[in-house]
Write a protein that binds this ligand. Structure first.
Ligand code: PLP
Length: 413
């Protein structure tokens, strides 16, 4: 029954064959036996329907479930508290993250909000100095008003993390790679510091995805995702998910999921599950195309700096090479000529769509200073106005390169 509550690998929905190997996907990191990542992505939590044989989990639209006798049912009583399609998604993501359980939410921020509910008034948390803008807004303007204090620190500097520590620090929130500068945080080293001081480490794994990086195996206590990005992967569903191996965390997150009720609908869960099936092949290709795009930008007279952890000159390169399977499909670069030139490049591409969000099959370009990071202008999180962020999609690499270089030449040439 606990499976239905927090989507442990092994729910009634069909953890039987693959959901029961929460550690199975660690084979990606070279550690354990059990099904590999791609197998789990397609099958975990998704055995053929025992009644009909359907190979895809049903989109269970029912809000309520018949009970044989009071309190006696097949694991579900009401769809806010638990839903079979949601349970399949939770079991699948839990297995991919090597987690004992996961809980799905209506958005990434709803998932983050549930994690922040682990804190009590008076607690303090440390957040990255280049956190996702919405995370910073949630921490500073929502939870800040409810008595949770925070400090923003560059998390690749462990001495700075130690210096920001207070007796009431209970949580460190990390993102790696960071947004939009693509900085890298050493998860294992940070986890050691955080645990020595009796706090919890949360890692937002949205940019890396579990295919590239497994924070729990590196020592993190909680993983959170905006499933809107790579997990969904097709720009057609908003969602979030929390995964952990800590029973106390899972218990509390499941309680908040049910009590606050920011749950995803079954169609959204289905779309996310469908996206996850191709996660590995998508991200693998996106990493390769990102490398091609980076090579074209590097040394281009219209480009001042390229930020991508795959570059040997990137300050986080060595750590990224150690803790990630690949360097990711996100690339940022500073345009020579500042804000005006950057805005012209962003408006001048045809194939790269000027839009917020990331991680989907369509390649996107955006101007963080004016778009995704507008809410942090004037704060320590403000980003340079000449910076552009790319989310590399799955179009033909040569088409992407020629479109981007054309826009650069028109804007800066
Ligand atoms: C998009 C995003 C979020 C927020 O997720 P939503 O699904 O938009 O609520 C959180 N963290 C990161 C890194 C993101 O990119």
């Amino acid at each position: 029954m606990s499976g239905a509550r927090y989507g442990a690998g092994g729910t009634e929905q069909g953890g039987a064959r693959y959901g029961g190997y929460p550690g199975g996907a660690t084979r990606a990191g070279g550690e354990s036996e059990g099904p590999g990542f791609e197998t789990l992505a397609i099958h975990a939590g998704q055995d053929p329907d025992p009644v009909t044989g359907a190979v895809v989990p049903a989109v269970s639209v029912a809000t309520t479930f018949a009970q044989e006798a009071v309190g006696r049912h097949a694991g579900y009583d009401y769809s806010r508290s638990g839903n079979p399609t949601r349970g399949a998604l939770e079991a699948c993501v839990a297995s991919l993250e090597g987690a004992a359980g996961a809980a799905a939410f209506a958005s990434g921020l709803a998932a983050e909000d549930a994690v922040l509910h682990l804190l009590e008034p008076g607690d303090h948390l440390i957040v990255p100095d280049d956190a996702y803008g919405g995370t910073y807004r949630l921490v500073s303007q929502v939870w800040g008003r409810l008595g949770i204090a925070h400090t923003s620190v560059g998390l690749s500097d462990l001495a700075a993390v130690a210096a920001a520590w207070r007796p009431e620090t209970r949580m460190v929130w990390a993102e790696t790679p960071t947004n939009p500068r693509l900085g890298i945080v050493d998860i294992a080293a940070l986890a050691e510091l955080v645990h020595a001081r009796g706090a919890r480490l949360v890692v937002d794994n949205t940019f890396a995805t579990p295919w590239l990086q497994r924070p729990l195996a590196l020592g993190a206590d909680v993983v959170v995702h905006s499933a809107t990005k790579y997990l969904g992967g097709h720009s057609d569903v908003v969602g979030g998910i929390v995964a952990s191996n800590d029973a106390e965390v899972l218990e509390r997150i499941a309680f908040v999921q049910n009590s606050v009720g920011a749950v995803p609908g079954p169609w959204d869960c289905y779309l996310t599950l469908r996206g996850i099936k191709t996660l590995a092949v998508r991200v693998e290709r996106q990493c390769a195309t990102a490398a091609t795009v980076v090579a074209a930008l590097e040394g281009h007279p219209g480009v001042e700096t390229v930020l991508w952890p795959g570059l040997t000159g990137h300050p986080g390169h060595e750590v990224a090479a150690r803790q990630m399977r690949g360097f990711g499909g996100m690339v940022s670069f500073v345009v020579a000529g500042g804000e005006e030139a950057a805005l012209a490049v962003a408006a001048g591409t045809r194939l790269w769509t000027l839009a917020e969000s990331l991680g989907a099959v369509e390649s996107l370009i955006e101007h963080p200073h004016r778009m995704t990071h507008a809410s942090v202008a004037g704060s320590p999180l403000e980003v340079p106005s000449g910076l552009l962020r790319l989310s590399v999609g799955l179009e033909t690499p040569d088409d992407l390169v020629s479109d981007l270089l054309g826009a650069l030449e028109r804007a800066t040439g």
